[in-house]
Design a protein around this ligand. Structure first.
Ligand code: IMP
Length: 193
């Protein structure tokens, strides 16, 4: 049996990534209606993921999935965190601002965090999972793949930035990849009667 799952994002890139994680599952993913905008008023990734999943499920009458993610820089006390998307007008502005704030700080440690939440058609959150990927902020961007802060996020384990990795390699170690890996086994329990 296939179940419809509405993705609570307007970003086709995120839809593609989610499709890749869920390709062997019984869920068929569709994008949320464009006019349905949900404001991210939460102060944590979990709060925002749950809010988006719940609101989209209620508005569409379907199961819904949402993720909320961002970059936490240790020397900046976790900034930009839940404000990662709002830290500048576009990716290059966001990267430039972060590099300026961090300056020549010796401590470049940071982590990407992702929380994924699934809501049933009544808007109740039935599943939630978190993934974290530790890394370091470089002094200058490297690589052309991906999006967002990818070119300045270096993963020592792979000796590459997110932007230097193939999509498959990024999925295997990324915060979003880890959150989905934790979520997938639980998804099957939601599907069974
Ligand atoms: P969200 O759509 O509210 O989850 O926004 C998350 C923001 O965090 C994005 O706009 C990016 O700036 C950043 N972000 C989240 N995941 C990634 C990633 O995998 N690579 C680079 N930046 C990311």
């Amino acid at each position: 049996m296939t179940k419809l799952l509405v993705v609570a994002t307007g970003n086709p890139g995120k839809l593609r990534e989610m499709q890749a994680y869920l390709e062997n599952s019984n869920w068929e993913l569709i994008l949320k209606p464009e006019e349905l905008e949900i404001e991210e008023t939460g102060e944590t990734f979990a709060a925002n993921a749950c809010l988006k999943a719940s609101q989209v499920a209620l508005a569409t009458g379907n199961w819904a999935i949402a993720d909320d993610s961002g970059l936490e820089v240790d020397a900046l006390n976790g900034i930009p965190g839940v404000y990662s998307a709002r830290y500048g007008q576009n990716d290059s502005e966001r990267i430039a601002r972060l590099l300026k704030e961090l300056g020549n700080a010796e401590n470049r440690q940071a982590q990407f965090v992702c929380v994924v939440a699934i809501a049933n058609p009544d808007g109740a959150i039935v599943l939630q999972a978190e993934g974290i990927c530790r890394g370091e902020i470089l002094h200058a961007p490297r690589g052309n793949s991906g999006f967002g802060y990818d070119p300045i996020f270096y993963v020592p384990e792979k000796k590459l930035t997110y932007a230097e990795m193939t999509p498959q390699a990024k999925r295997s170690i990324s915060h979003r990849g880890k959150a989905f890996t934790a979520l997938l086994p639980q998804l099957d329990t939601v599907l069974s009667p």
